[in-house]
Write a protein that binds this ligand. Structure first.
Ligand code: ADP
Ligand code: MG
Length: 255
């Protein structure tokens, strides 16, 4: 049996009075690829951001490689966080790729990939460069190492952003609509990189509207509706046997 990399238990997140996630629970084993799907506003990005601790959950528990962070609302109505480790120890195990690449504009491709290796992982310059070049090679961007983001296409920038995450050797990679800011002709090159990572055994939690890709690459699909998991199963299960009209409608509208 494969080890659990991520466990999410009863995750809730509210922004003021607005409940965005309402008791989301799932787990991921090593090498699993899960697509988180659902209509706009269903809470997909919020779920990823909570898993990466860019947002503090209102309540619930997130366990990464056996270490847990739990959040609970106290009797004053405030959220309290409990963890044996500092949050940054969790963040190091999780890499996130955003829709808009978020590269440093005044750093070259190589600079973008080495920065965190130097300043977060404390690698020396030579090791950082070696790791960064190998990550850039993996996404087919080694020849562009000296280019600045504005000298790269959107697809190339996103590949550098993926290399930047890869270089940190995360246990889980989160992708939040990694191709939705790209011109259609640039989507394929980024999806090919993600598929390559999946084929190599990376553990990936992916939010995408590329449903055909999601179906092909994912072991499981989790359908989120109004902050709750409506269905969690293999792509075939969701397609053949949708748990609700919402799932059926969503899948039929995009497949
Ligand atoms: P999705 O990624 O599925 O489109 P999101 O997680 O971005 O959904 O958003 C879910 C809901 O949470 C939306 O109604 C959105 O307006 C709300 N929301 C997200 N972030 C915030 C925030 N920082 N403050 C207030 N509301 C937010
Ligand atoms: Mg989103």
């Amino acid at each position: 049996m494969k080890a659990n990399v991520l466990k999410v238990r009863e995750l809730c997140k509210s922004f003021g009075p607005t409940k965005v996630l309402n008791g989301v629970s799932f787990r991921m084993t090593e090498g699993e690829v899960i697509s988180l799907v659902g209509s706009s506003g269903s809470g997909k990005s919020t779920a990823l951001r909570c898993v990466n601790f860019l947002e503090t959950p209102t309540s619930g528990e997130i366990e990464v490689m056996g270490d847990a962070v739990s959040a609970a609302v106290n009797h004053h109505g405030k959220t309290e966080i409990h963890s044996a480790h500092h949050i940054r120890n969790f963040r190091r195990r999780i890499g996130m790729v955003f829709q808009n690449f978020n590269l440093w504009p005044h750093q070259t491709a190589l600079g973008n990939v080495t920065l965190a290796l130097l300043h977060v992982l404390g690698k020396n310059k030579r090791d950082a460069k070696e790791i960064a070049l190998s990550a850039l090679a993996k996404v087919g961007m080694a020849d562009f190492r000296d280019r600045y983001p504005h000298q790269l296409s959107g697809g190339q920038q996103q590949r550098v952003a993926i290399a930047r995450v890869l270089a940190m050797s995360p246990k889980i990679m989160l992708f939040d609509e990694p191709t939705s800011a790209l011109d259609p002709e640039l989507v394929g090159e980024v999806l090919r990189v993600i598929r390559g990572l999946a084929d190599e055994g990376a553990t990936i939690l992916l939010v995408t509207h590329e449903m055909r890709f999601a179906r092909d690459v994912s072991n499981r699909m989790i359908f989120l509706h109004k902050g709750e998991i409506e269905q969690d199963g293999t792509p075939e299960e969701l397609l053949r046997n949708p748990a609700s009209d919402a799932v059926a409608r969503f899948l039929s509208s995009v497949m």
